[in-house]
Design a protein around this ligand. Structure first.
Ligand code: WQD
Length: 333
C-alpha cells in the first residue's frame, strides 16, 4: 500500500517514513527541501533497508503533484508539508497563509481528482487558543490562535472538516504537542536551519558545543518553577500514532481529531535537569525576558487516542533526552 508523505523529508516526516516502512507500507515522499536535506532520504533507506519513492516538488504545484499521483497511485496521504516556525509566522504572516493553505488546497483537489480519500493531517496544539482550560481536549471549541502559524492549522482543520462533510473524504487530524527526540540510530533527528527556535534543538546545540548557553524565556510564569510548561512527546511515539491513524480508516470514515501528547507537562528547567541527568552533561543557561506569543502551560488530555486509536506514548523524558543528545553528537562530527 503506497502512502504519500507531503513534507516527508522533514523532522517529523522522516520518522514517520521509517515507522511506515517498518510496518510494511510503501512510502512516497513529496518535498521541496525548503526545511530539510536530501541526506535524510539516504538515512531513512539505510535505517530500513528499503527504498523511498522521492519527488522533489512544491506540494502547491498542482501539475507536479498530479504527476506524483499518476505515477504512484497512493491509497492514503499524510500531509505534513507546511511552514511551522511560530516566530517566523508572526513576522511573515502572508508567507504562512499562502504556503500552508495553498499546499492543502492543491493536495485536496488532486486527491479528489484521483479518488484518494484517506487523509491524515499534521495539526498542532497551537490550534488551542489563548486561555483555554487545561488539559486540552479535542472537543474544545477553538479560541483565537496565538499566532498566524496556529491560525493556518485552524483554517486547514476547517477546510478538511468541510471537505469531509461534502462526502468523498475521510480524515484523521492529529494535534501534535511538543515533538522531541530522534530515532535510536541517531541517523535522523531534529536539525533546524539556523539558530533553533525550539527548546530541545537549542539545548542539543549547547550540549554539543555549537551554542554557548541556553536562554530561558522567563521564569515569572504561574508554574511550578516559573518557567514555561509543555507536553513533550518522543518523535517515535508520534510516528507510531500515524501508523495507528492509518489503521483507523479500516473501520471508520468521516473525520476524527486526536491529541498526540503524553498528558504530562514539564517546565523548561525540568527539561534542562532531565537532559543533564540523562547525558551527564551541564547545560549552562541564563534567565531572560518572556518570548512573545508564549503561553505559560500547555499539555494534552490523551484519553481519546488511547480509547479510539489504541495509541499512547511509551517513551520517557529520559529517552527523549538521550536520543536527542546522541543525534546532536553525530551532527557535531
Ligand atoms: C518550549 C518552551 C519556551 C526555546 C513550538 C511550536 C508548536 C510546535 C512545538 C509545531 C517554551 C521555552 C524555548 C528557548 C526557552 N511545533 N524556550 N528557550 O513554543 O511550545 O511550541 O514547537 O507544531 O507549533 O509553537 O515550543 O520548544 O519553542 O518552547 O526558554 O531557546 O521552552 O518559552 O516555554 P513551543 P518551544
Amino acid at each position: 500500500m503506497n502512502v504519500l508523505l507531503t513534507g516527508g523529508a522533514g523532522y517529523i516526516g522522516s520518522h514517520i517514513a521509517v515507522e511506515l516502512l517498518e510496518s510494511g507500507y510503501d512510502v512516497v515522499i513529496a518535498d521541496n527541501f525548503s526545511n530539510s536535506d536530501k541526506g535524510v532520504i539516504t538515512a531513512i533507506e539505510k535505517i530500513t533497508g528499503k527504498r523511498i519513492d522521492l519527488f522533489e516538488i512544491d506540494v502547491a504545484d498542482k501539475v507536479k503533484l498530479n504527476e506524483v499521483f499518476e505515477q504512484t497511485k497512493p491509497e492514503a496521504v499524510i500531509h505534513l508539508a507546511g511552514f511551522k516556525a511560530v516566530g517566523e509566522s508572526v513576522s511573515k504572516p502572508l508567507m504562512y497563509y499562502r504556503n500552508n493553505i495553498d499546499c492543502t488546497l492543491s493536495l485536496l483537489e488532486i486527491m479528489e481528482a484521483h479518488n484518494v480519500n484517506k487523509l491524515v493531517f499534521s495539526s498542532s496544539a497551537t490550534v488551542y487558543g489563548i486561555g483555554e482550560r487545561l488539559p486540552y481536549t479535542e472537543e474544545m471549541l477553538l479560541g483565537e490562535a496565538s499566532n498566524p502559524y496556529g491560525a493556518t492549522k485552524q483554517m486547514i482543520e476547517r477546510i478538511i472538516m468541510d471537505t469531509v462533510s461534502c462526502g468523498w473524504l475521510s480524515a484523521v487530524i492529529l494535534r501534535y504537542f511538543n515533538p522531541v527526540g530522534a530515532h535510536q540510530s541517531a541517523l535522523i533527528g531534529e536539525k533546524p536551519q539556523g539558530i533553533p527556535n525550539n527548546l530541545m534543538p537549542y539545548i542539543m546545540q549547547v550540549a554539543n558545543g555549537s551554542l554557548p548557553e541556553l536562554r530561558v524565556y522567563g521564569n515569572d510564569y504561574p508554574t511550578r518553577d516559573g518557567t514555561g510548561v509543555r507536553d513533550y512527546i518522543h518523535v517515535m511515539d508520534l510516528a507510531k500514532g500515524h501508523v495507528d491513524a492509518l489503521k483507523y480508516f479500516q473501520d471508520n470514515d468521516g473525520v476524527e481529531v486526536f491529541n498526540l501528547g503524553t498528558g504530562v507537562g514539564y517546565s523548561v528547567l525540568e527539561i534542562v535537569a532531565a537532559f543533564e541527568k540523562a547525558n551527564g552533561v551541564k547545560i549552562p543557561y541564563s534567565i531572560v525576558g518572556r518570548r512573545d506569543g508564549d503561553l505559560a502551560e500547555v499539555y494534552a488530555d490523551v484519553k481519546k487516542a488511547k480509547n479510539l486509536l489504541g495509541w499512547n506514548a511509551k517513551l520517557t523524558i529520559e529517552d527523549m533526552c538521550k536520543d536527542s543528545y546522541a543525534f546532536a553528537l553525530i551532527e557535531k562530527t
